[in-house]
Design a protein around this ligand. Structure first.
Ligand code: 3PG
Length: 211
């Protein structure tokens, strides 16, 4: 799978922080049942790699690793079953080709230029709401028509549609569809409902560049 084909599967990628591997399967099933089939498990907890393995068993789910900070983490996530990797920034020496597709994060024009030079076409804008949000993405359109974005960081049910309306936004990422207290309480119905609302937001806008 290419990163473009993954990012077009759903308008919202849940960004997940999972402490307990026992939560992984029911959480993943709840999100997929609501129509969010691309799941980003952040490598921020000791359970994350096991959660990736558990969620990868769910029919219809495309599971990736988030908070991938270096080459070794990208490799380990792929070994655990991750089908893609997301980083908050550019990883030195890492390009699009590797054990899995990689979605690197950028926050400035200079970082975007470095990412384009490394061969990437798709980027996470992070932290989106802090670094200019919709206005920054609008401003990137003219000088960088070849770049496509998945903004994350401060994206929520209220502002996701504004991002998704931009021609250079393919999808958004966010944690709001899996609130920590709902996961702790095992309130899977609530998570499915949040996922359903997110999945209905809007189809991802056509990407500026396929690949
Ligand atoms: C992250 O990497 O933490 C994501 O961008 C999620 O941010 P959010 O919690 O603001 O949705």
């Amino acid at each position: 799978m290419t990163i473009a084909s993954i990012l077009t599967r759903a308008p919202v990628i849940p960004v997940l922080v999972v402490d307990d591997v026992e939560h992984a399967a029911p959480l993943g099933r709840a999100l997929v049942a609501g129509g969010l089939t691309v799941l980003e498990v952040t490598l921020r907890t000791p359970a994350a790699m096991d959660c990736i393995a558990a969620m990868s068993e769910i029919e219809g789910a495309v599971v990736g690793a988030g908070t991938v900070l270096n080459r070794q983490m990208r490799r380990s996530a792929a070994d655990a079953g991750a089908q893609f990797a997301v980083s908050p920034g550019l990883i030195e020496g890492e390009g699009p080709d590797g054990p899995t597709p990689l979605l690197p994060g950028i926050a400035t024009a200079t970082e975007l230029m470095a990412g384009l030079a490394a061969g990437f076409t798709h980027f996470k804008l992070f932290p989106a709401n802090v670094v200019g949000g919709v206005e920054a993405l609008n401003a990137f359109q003219s000088p960088f028509p070849q770049a496509t974005f998945c903004p994350t960081g401060g994206v929520n049910a209220k502002n996701a549609a504004d991002y998704l309306a931009l021609p250079n936004v393919i999808c958004v990422g966010g944690s709001w569809v899996a609130p920590a207290e709902a996961v702790r309480a095992g309130d899977w119905d609530r998570i499915t409902q949040l996922a359903r609302e997110a999945a209905a937001l809007a189809p991802a806008a056509p990407a500026a560049v396929e690949g």
